[in-house]
Design a protein around this ligand. Structure first.
Ligand SMILES: [Zn+2]
Length: 189
């Protein structure tokens, strides 16, 4: 990401997300895993809910939740979030007390951009109105339940296999391969 920020101006979260999902999916396929469990916690998911709220992206909001990802297409491994209802502080304390070697330092770029603003606002809200984070998740889950089926998991997205790497893609070349080519081009100039 340090290299990417030097080559591509702006916040690298989008690039990181694309490459991270690509690597997770690749590794899951290599290990024949049928699920990818990520360590997204209550704080992360509350951020997602609020970001979608302020971006007026209802469809994206109701795709959140403890299980996500397109499941009907071979090559995509569904993601599950077992820590979704546990706060960041609790997961951190649990791992420290139990000697689990987890990374506790936030991403150096996490304070920037839209997510950074939302993250700070949620922390303020939670200290003034305790329970805010959990309530945001609960309302998202209610909306999700109420609109189940209204938005099929991959409605409107026709998937094909990427011409370069073979991973599921919505175009001829997947986002990750496109990015890798862009970075390669920038590096050579
Ligand atoms: Zn590809």
């Amino acid at each position: 990401m340090d290299m990417v920020t030097k080559l591509k101006p702006g916040i690298p979260c989008g690039t990181c997300g694309v490459l991270r999902r690509y690597l997770l999916n690749f590794s899951a396929a290599e290990n024949k895993a049928d699920k990818i469990a990520t360590a997204h916690n209550m704080d992360d998911e509350a951020e997602n809910v609020m970001m979608n709220l302020f971006q007026n992206d209802f469809e994206k909001m109701i795709r959140l939740g403890p299980m996500s990802g397109i499941t009907q297409y071979g090559g995509f491994v569904p993601r599950i979030k077992p820590f979704m209802f546990i706060s960041e502080k609790e997961t951190m304390l649990f791992s420290m007390i139990n000697g689990i070697n987890a990374l506790h330092t936030p991403c150096p770029y996490s304070g920037f951009g839209f997510r950074g603003v939302i993250s700070r606002k949620i922390k303020e809200l939670e200290s003034e109105i305790p329970g805010s984070k959990r309530n945001m998740l609960d309302i998202m889950m209610e909306l999700k339940k109420a609109h189940a089926g209204a938005y099929a998991e991959n409605a409107g997205t026709r998937l094909v296999n990427c011409a370069v790497c073979g991973a599921p893609a919505s175009g001829e070349i997947c986002e990750a391969c496109n990015l890798k080519m862009q970075i390669k081009r920038l590096k050579s100039t």
